[in-house]
Design a binder for this molecule. Structure first.
Ligand code: NAP
Ligand code: HSE
Length: 434
């Protein structure tokens, strides 16, 4: 049997999930790979901290860089996170001729072009299935299962923390702060939770998805990035009433002039499968020019689900090492063959919109609002009104047709200047995912 020695950097949520799978499924993995897979060393920050996984027989160190150069490590599994030391660990491992597996989407989105080019030059593999959508094998689906397609668009729920929080916030009495705390306790949230709630984590994942889908370099430049902090319980309730759920989505769409890339909170019709993906679950829809639309869903965060994707990469790398087979390029095509495409400005986005206005309950107000929309070529598809007699106000909720964002923004500026407003206009995009 071929012996493969792993060095794991980080034994937190994902590291311990990975180690537990390697131990629990050891004989199955040996059968599947034809390899004797051992973890020879692992790096942590605090050697005295109790671990949630069994570290017996593993040399524990607090020097991550030493794992990258250790003589008894063939494959470095980077699960420490961040874009500081982790980048040095990965770069050093590649330079030392070691294969690398990582779950670190921030590292890939920020430094992936350099690191993957280095890996190609050194003839080593870099695998990152766990970096997007936790346990869902969507990178493999794009690179392998859909290799015969030109990809038209990818859209999905790619942040488990946000999906968990939006699901919980739809239940009565659940506020933002305690729900976030629970997501942290469950091991879903990033070390810096603003990465989740401000859409940054999803933007890293979307950069990776877009790169694999469209063969473009890894980049977030020009991407529209919005979080979930603007979503209120009122909007969730109104959306529900209108037949929608609010989801945090990552969308990458190939248009003639370039790519639309956006992370946003949006209304999704309840009739769509994506609207019914709740809690920490993720789901990614991929539309290819041959196959049409496909959907991948499963747990998007957590130790065992994410570890499942890490171990899948370990299996691939082990088999490649044993057979001498060359894995596909990390992004599906060689780094030198990637071709940049312009990222379209947000003014070019084409979608429908949800608007919520609190206005003076007086004759003529609705006429003013519809005049503004009509002037920008925007049609009202649906409208609801609820009187608020205590404030002599009315809540008006509108859904528009699909328009260019530039037109919507013009309308929004004019609506926001109306003297009949009781509070700022709330708005969200509406995605029909077709
Ligand atoms: P985590 O629970 O915070 O674990 C990080 C681990 O790295 C800990 O064991 C920590 O050591 C170690 N570490 C951090 N800095 C170190 C340093 N300077 N020196 C030595 N060890 C260091 O993080 P995680 O949630 O497992 O996430 C790991 C990576 O997976 C991140 O890139 C994350 O974005 C990604 N990811 C996470 C999930 C998820 O569900 N959590 C899902 C997909 C991808 P100590 O334990 O001693 O502090
Ligand atoms: N914080 C991330 C999330 C972890 O909630 O989706 C998985 O990548």
């Amino acid at each position: 049997m071929t012996s493969v020695r792993l060095g794991i950097v980080g034994l937190g949520t994902v590291g311990c999930g990975t180690l537990s799978i390697l131990r629990d499924n050891a004989s199955l993995l040996a059968q599947r790979t034809g390899c004797d897979i051992r973890v020879s060393t692992a790096a942590v920050r605090d050697l005295s901290r109790p671990r949630t996984c069994d570290t017996q027989g593993i040399r524990l160190v607090n020097t991550p860089l030493s794992v990258a150069t250790a003589a008894d490590v063939d494959v470095v599994v980077e699960l420490m996170g961040g874009t500081g030391l982790a980048v040095d660990v990965v770069r050093t491992a590649i330079e030392a001729g070691k294969h690398v597996i990582t779950a670190n989407k921030a590292l890939l989105a920020e430094h992936g072009n350099e690191l993957l080019a280095l890996a190609e030059a050194k003839g080593v593999m870099v695998a990152f299935e766990a970096s997007v959508a936790g346990g869902i094998p969507v990178i493999k689906a794009l690179k392998e299962g859909m290799a015969g397609n030109a990809i038209n668009w990818v859209a999905g729920i790619i942040n488990g923390t946000c999906n968990y929080m939006l699901t919980e916030m739809a239940k009565p009495g659940n506020d933002f702060a305690p729900v976030l705390k629970e997501a942290q306790r469950l091991g879903y949230a990033e070390a810096e939770p603003s990465f989740d709630i401000d859409g940054i984590d999803a933007s890293h994942k979307l950069a990776i998805l877009a790169s694999v889908a469209f063969g473009v370099p890894l980049s977030r430049q020009g991407m529209l990035i919005e979080g979930i902090t603007m979503v209120t319980a009122d909007d969730i309730a109104w959306a529900d009433d209108l037949g929608y759920k609010i989801k945090s989505l990552g969308i990458a769409r190939r248009r003639e002039a370039g790519i639309e890339l956006r992370v946003q909170s949006a209304l999704v019709p309840k009739s769509k499968l994506l609207a019914n993906v709740d809690d920490v679950m993720n789901a990614v829809m991929v539309n290819g020019n041959a196959v049409g639309t496909t959907l991948y869903s499963g747990a998007g965060a957590g130790g065992l689900p994410t570890g499942s994707a890490v171990v899948a990469d370990i299996v691939d790398v082990c088999i490649a090492m044993r057979t001498g087979q060359v894995l596909r390029p990390a992004l599906g095509i060689a780094m030198k063959d990637l071709s940049p495409l312009p990222i379209l400005p947000s003014s070019e986005i084409q979608t429908a919109y949800y608007l919520r206005l609190s206005v003076t309950d007086a004759p003529g107000v609705l006429a003013k609002i519809s005049a503004v929309l009509a002037h920008e070529g925007i049609s009202i598809e649906e409208m609801r009104q609820q009187p608020d007699s205590a404030r002599s106000a009315a809540a008006l909720v509108l859904l528009t047709n699909v328009v260019k964002e530039a037109a919507f923004m013009n309308a929004l500026t004019q609506l926001s200047a109306l003297t009949d407003l009781k509070s700022p206009v709330a708005w969200l995009r509406v995605e029909h995912l077709a």
